[in-house]
Design a protein around this ligand. Structure first.
Ligand code: ADP
Ligand code: MG
Length: 224
């Protein structure tokens, strides 16, 4: 591995602004969706009905992006509790394994049941889903994602390893930058959100990667 390390210092003005705007935008999206649906029901022309259907799908896509990437804007609404890491991973597994199956990738979880940390459960799950989605998107043939965790010197240490396409130094340096993406349909928001959530939970995130070999993310949280 070329030991390039990325720290969670990406508290960015643009990112914060995007997050709070997203919060405000959710309601008008919902209202527009409702009226489009009413409109669609009233239209006789089948082609025109098709237009409203596409419009609704696109609104749903926007709402999904907000939900997945920008909903961390309201930390005051979060309930913080003592979380069992294995239990949280069981939920993540349910969501991500069907995705992995469709592309023939394998995911191996090795998370012992006694690890606990403090945080918000939805956000904890969100960071793992964001990172595992990136791994899945980077995998080629016979892709494997391995996750293992342990407690060390008062910290919960979580490793997330994939044998995907890896990153060169230039990409590694830019991880967490808002809107930085190398994908056709990427938002470039996944890791910005991930870095921020981990920071809010007093954790740290580091990446090691090698082009053509794979990527490893190491996350540390204070143990509870
Ligand atoms: P997006 O997934 O929308 O592109 P992210 O913030 O999640 O945005 O990721 C930013 C970029 O970081 C990706 O476009 C990709 O180039 C790179 N990246 C992140 N995780 C990985 C990984 N596991 N393997 C290879 N590249 C990665
Ligand atoms: Mg992503």
């Amino acid at each position: 591995y070329n030991l390039k390390i990325q720290r969670s210092e990406k508290m960015d003005v643009i990112g914060q602004l995007a997050a709070s705007v997203a919060h405000e935008v959710r309601n008008p999206l919902q209202v527009s969706r409702g009226f489009l649906q009413l409109l669609g029901e009233r239209l006789v022309d089948e082609k025109a009905q098709g237009f409203t259907k596409v419009a609704i799908e696109e609104l749903d896509r926007a709402a999904e992006i907000i939900k997945n990437y920008l909903s961390f804007a309201t930390p005051e609404l979060d309930t913080i509790s003592r979380l069992n890491l294995a239990k949280e991973f069981a939920h993540v597994e349910q969501i991500i394994v069907p995705f992995a199956d469709t592309q023939g990738a394998r995911i191996e979880f090795n998370v012992p049941s006694h690890l606990h940390l403090h945080g918000n459960d939805a956000k904890l799950k969100q960071i793992f889903i964001n990172m595992m989605k990136n791994s899945l998107e980077a995998l080629g043939e016979s892709g494997v994602i391995r996750i293992w965790a342990f407690e060390h010197q008062g910290e919960i240490v979580i490793h997330l390893h994939d044998n995907g396409e890896g990153m060169d130094e230039n990409v590694l340096q830019r991880l967490g930058e808002p809107y930085f993406s190398n994908k056709v349909n990427g938002t470039g928001l996944g890791l910005m959100v991930t870095f921020r959530i981990i920071e809010l939970m007093n954790g740290k995130l580091e990446f090691k990667s090698e082009k053509g070999v794979g990527t490893e993310a190491i996350i540390r949280f204070p143990a509870s």
